[in-house]
Design a protein around this ligand. Structure first.
Ligand code: GDP
Ligand code: MG
Length: 187
């Protein structure tokens, strides 16, 4: 007849789960693509229409460099510029400041967010990784912000810099979020 197998789990062989946590706040002006990037990272899909007023926090268990990390992403939805910043400043341990490469105004708005974060980090005397992220790389032909402008702003604030597109490959978007987690682990 059929035999049933029964496995005994030896609890001592289950590795201790390193409960690494990383809280990432997505900052930047409306329309830069924060929600599209967040959704892309979480679902591998590009959602073109996302409620601009919806602010939410999402959780994903990720493996970064063979280590588990509980990655939380707060997709903020400021109306115009940084307001009520405490909600994310007191929560996040990493920041991704997003602009659109085809919108100069969205790039200028990044300074406000970068200043807000740097004033906060000086106040609490702790370093938090910050990534400046140029989005909408697929709109290259409408580019209003050069890569070197992005790089020089990033170096002025001592942050990492990437350019991606929420509607192109998933890997490049994932890399940015994982880099934030990696930097938090290093701190
Ligand atoms: P948020 O206000 O920063 O959350 O911006 P959304 O994620 O809602 O995106 C604003 C608009 O830009 C939407 O119409 C998106 O479809 C569009 N969008 C977002 N990311 C990209 C991108 O990488 N490329 C292009 N072409 N459009 C994008
Ligand atoms: Mg949004």
């Amino acid at each position: 007849g059929k035999s049933r197998s029964c496995s005994v789990v030896n609890l001592s062989t289950i590795p201790d789960r390193d409960l690494n946590e990383c809280n990432i706040a997505m900052l930047g002006c409306r329309g830069s693509g924060k929600s599209a990037l967040t959704v892309k990272f979480l679902t591998k899909r590009f959602i073109s229409e996302y409620d601009p007023n919806l602010e939410d926090t999402y959780t994903s268990e990720e493996i970064v460099d063979q280590q588990p990390v509980l990655l939380k992403v707060m997709d903020t939805a400021d109306q115009d510029g940084p307001v009520n910043c405490e909600r994310y400043l007191n929560w996040a341990n990493a920041f991704i400041v997003v602009y659109s490469i085809e919108n100069r105004r969205s790039f200028e708005a990044c300074r406000l967010y970068l200043d807000t974060v740097s004033i906060h980090t000086k106040g609490v005397q702790q370093e938090y990784p910050v990534i400046l992220l140029g989005n909408k790389l697929d709109m290259e032909r409408y580019r209003q912000v050069s890569k070197s402008d992005g790089l020089s702003l990033a170096s002025k604030y001592g942050c990492l810099f990437y350019e991606v597109s929420a509607c192109l490959d998933f890997d490049s978007v994932q890399r940015v979020f994982h880099e934030a987690a990696r930097e938090v682990r290093r701190e």
